[in-house]
Design a protein around this ligand. Sequence first.
Ligand SMILES: CCCCCCCCCCCCCC(=O)SCCNC(=O)CCNC(=O)[C@H](O)C(C)(C)COP(=O)(O)OP(=O)(O)OC[C@H]1O[C@@H](n2cnc3c(N)ncnc32)[C@H](O)[C@@H]1OP(=O)(O)O
Length: 200
Amino acid sequence: MSAANPPSSAKTSLVPPPDAVAPVRHPDAPAPGTPLGAHYDLCFGCGGGQPHGLHLVARAGEGVSVTAEFTVKPAHQGAPGLAHGGVLTSALDETLGSVNWLMHVIAVTGRLETDFLRPVPVDTVLHLDARVTAVHGRKIYSTATGRIGGPDGPVAVRADAVFIEVKVEHFIENGRQEEIRAAMDDPDQVRRARAFEVNP
Ligand SMILES: CCCCCCCCCCCCCC(=O)SCCNC(=O)CCNC(=O)[C@H](O)C(C)(C)COP(=O)(O)OP(=O)(O)OC[C@H]1O[C@@H](n2cnc3c(N)ncnc32)[C@H](O)[C@@H]1OP(=O)(O)O
């Protein structure tokens, strides 16, 4: 294989390259403790209008970090009485996605690797914590944990990720037009999309 066409594992490495830089919190990022709100009302992860969703609530943390809580419901089962691994990964993905807002960057998940360390029963509150560790061009390296039994309880799940910065056109050009039109007609969505486009 030529150097111009490296294996995908090199291009998608979760380890930041040596010349990656520290993330910068946007000056207009909400104060620590502020709820971030849903980025889209029908989002499976955070949308209040999504009946089948996780209804995850994220709050700004210090620096470029967020905390979030997600309660495992009976609809989230894989094995009897236990959360489905894909659902837990979704909760990590959503939390990692929300942290990019503190940099006023729109980004989508490029790669996400999850470790499942403990089973998570139905009715458990998963206490999530995500932070950006490094930025390299459009690539945002981040990490997250999900604890059970309280915010300082044992880690049940953890993930490392690379998000890729995109323009708002990514959604407009690729999303189903019905939902894009509805999102653009929602004044709050338009405001949010504009806010996302403001870079430091
Ligand atoms: C209007 C409403 C607005 C709503 C806003 C809501 C926002 C929040 C939503 C959050 C919802 C929750 C979260 C969700 O669920 S987000 C939903 C799940 N994710 C997706 O759907 C993403 C699908 N993939 C793509 O669209 C493209 O592949 C992207 C855009 C990612 C890259 O294609 P693009 O053509 O643009 O870029 P490029 O190929 O020139 O690569 C550029 C750089 O990136 C590096 N790279 C590429 N791929 C990967 C990878 N897999 N791992 C690691 N690195 C990767 C690449 O090596 C290169 O690095 P370098 O060579 O520069 O060093």
